[in-house]
Design a protein around this ligand. Structure first.
Ligand code: FRU
Length: 550
């Protein structure tokens, strides 16, 4: 053989060998414990990991596996107990050697006591969370499903995480409810209880919990449904996860997502509000499987919600509210098929809140409209990220500007707080003095009313961070337009919820609220600090806060 050809061939073989990705390595284990603990490092790239059981792919996701972990994540293997599972990894195989099963997650001993762990807000044990999904009440349990990446503190592998609570305050995290499948990853959606068994998924005396979700893949976003007969613990995807709505061509857009389903009693049919391209569409169905397009309201993006509320509690005067991911809303009427706005687009909450959703199937005797919003609160340096904001009750009230949405934390939150001190009619320096002993609290609630007289702006800081920054001249509150009910009023009332990594503020009885990451200025020594020329602190109350984690 020509020696040049031989050299060229050898070189090709060598190059091919060098360019080959490390051959997929695998380990095989018999599942005897509850958790598979997985070491990760952000110095590694994301590579695919596959669980194969009996020759069939059971789960596939991407993970930054590493033999030198920055933190550990886990897979709940309860569903595979007793089975033999092959774990294959397409990336650096070194990390595979460290993977182990145990009945405890790695880090269990410090769980919920980590430095930044929210103490009275829901956060996930490990990984990333975003939108609340499938909020539904059933047999004494409030379900909170949520957008979740179990394998990293950043967004990926969208799955439906799951937690339950008996009081909206204390949560128990359960195994992941919906895993990505061949159709796509599990994007946001909602859940209902099919009491009349319209879907046929139920069994006698056992109505199905039905989830509507978006499956996302590089080409399209389609709507699918799944059902559970064991209170949301395990799920079956209808028609193997194939879509019940695929509307990309109709809208000439990939953005068709986040089905929000509820039972429309007067018409005895299901309604789905679905974000499609530039607004929220309404679809209706008799059985949760076959959906018919009815109407479209432009002006919204992502995560629709639609519900009816009495105005000032008057059951004879009800209005419908439609909102999108940013919590901006319209008020109007709804006949089961189309929403007709009757005014402008407003906001009642801002800051870290996003993609909030309200509960389905709250018992009629209760009748509240309860919302949970995603708190985009980075948990710096923690093996988990983001959190849910406090559940709130939404109401419609007549105001000087017309009918508006109000929100306050649900009454169940009161159990968390105990009064410690209360003062009235203080100057700002007196108030600052009184609050000195509370500087170090990792969690606290403060109610206050301030009155301006010589100041055009005034506020209340915590280590230089503006919890309240009210500009009476420009009518701005922490950067957003705010005008009190009595426009001549010089007073502002705030109910402030401070947790380790977050601050939530409810203004003037829930007229407006906002939330933020808690970010003390490390160079500041002031602690709590009222400011503004000659302001009066008319009322100041301090409450201690309990942790929800035992
Ligand atoms: C909103 C959102 C949804 C989508 C989900 C994906 O935060 O973009 O529209 O379903 O997040 O995680």
């Amino acid at each position: 053989m020509n020696k040049y050809l031989l050299t060229a061939m050898l070189l090709t073989v060598t190059l091919l060998t060098i360019m080959q990705p490390a051959a997929a390595a695998d380990i095989t284990i018999k599942v005897t414990k509850r958790y598979l603990n997985l070491p990760v490092s952000h110095k590694q790239e994301r590579k695919a990991m596959t669980y194969t059981i009996g020759g069939k792919e059971a789960q596939r996701f991407v993970i930054r596996l590493s033999a030198e972990p920055e933190y550990w994540v886990f897979s709940d293997l309860s569903a595979y107990k007793g089975k033999t599972i092959k774990i294959s990894y397409e990336g650096d195989a070194a990390g595979l050697g460290k993977v182990y099963q145990d009945d405890k997650i790695n880090g269990q001993d410090s769980l919920y006591h980590e430095q930044k762990r929210p103490q009275y807000h829901f956060s996930t044990r490990r990984g990333w969370i975003n939108d609340p999904n499938g909020l539904v009440f059933y047999e004494g349990e409030y379900h909170l499903f949520y957008q979740h990446n179990p394998f990293e503190r950043d967004w990926e592998n969208m799955s439906w995480g799951h937690a339950v609570s008996k009081d909206l305050i204390h949560w128990e995290e359960l195994p992941v409810a919906l895993h990505p499948d061949k159709i796509g990853t599990m994007f946001s959606g909602s859940a209902v209880i099919d009491y009349d068994n319209t879907s046929g998924f139920g069994k006698p005396g056992k109505p199905a919990m039905v989830a509507a979700y978006t499956a996302d893949n590089p080409d399209r976003q389609v709507q699918c449904i799944a059902y559970s007969l064991d209170k949301g613990r395990t799920w079956t995807k209808y028609n193997d996860g194939k879509p019940v709505i695929d509307s990309k061509e109709k809208w000439n857009s990939k953005d068709t997502r986040d089905p929000r389903v509820f039972w429309y009693k007067p018409g005895k049919h299901w309604v789905m509000a679905l974000n499609e391209r530039d607004g929220h569409s309404i679809y209706i169905s008799d059985n949760l499987k076959d959906w018919k397009f009815e109407s479209h309201t432009t002006g919204f993006w992502e995560c629709p919600d639609l519900f009816e509320l009495p105005v000032d509690g008057d059951q004879n005067n009800k209005k419908w509210v439609m909102y999108g991911a940013s919590n901006t809303y319209m008020i109007g009427s709804f006949d089961g098929k189309a929403f007709k706005p009757e005014g402008g687009k407003y906001y009642f909450s801002s800051g870290s809140i996003y993609a909030a959703q309200t509960y389905n199937n709250i018992p009629e005797a209760d009748g509240r409209r309860i919302q949970i919003g995603w708190g985009r609160i980075p948990q710096q340096g923690m093996p988990f990220n983001n959190m849910m904001l406090l559940p709130t009750e939404l109401t419609l009230r007549k105001t000087k500007d017309g009918i508006r949405l109000f929100s306050v934390p649900v009454k169940e939150a009161e159990q968390l707080f105990s009064p410690v001190q209360k003062w009235t009619n203080l100057s700002s320096s007196e108030a600052n003095q009184k609050l000195k002993e509370f500087y170090k609290a990792d969690k606290l609630r403060i109610k206050t009313t301030i009155k301006l007289s010589h100041a055009t702006d005034a506020g209340f800081n915590l280590f230089a961070q503006r919890m309240i920054g009210y500009d009476m001249n420009f009518n701005q509150l922490n950067g957003m337009f705010y005008s009190p009910q009595d426009p001549t009023s010089m007073e502002l009332t705030a109910d402030i919820f401070i947790d380790r990594s977050s601050i939530e503020v409810f203004i003037d009885g829930g007229t407006y609220s906002y939330s933020m990451e808690r970010r003390p200025d490390p160079g500041n020594t002031e602690g709590f600090h009222f400011w503004g020329n000659n302001i009066e602190v008319k009322n100041l109350e301090v409450f201690s806060a309990k942790s929800i984690w035992r």
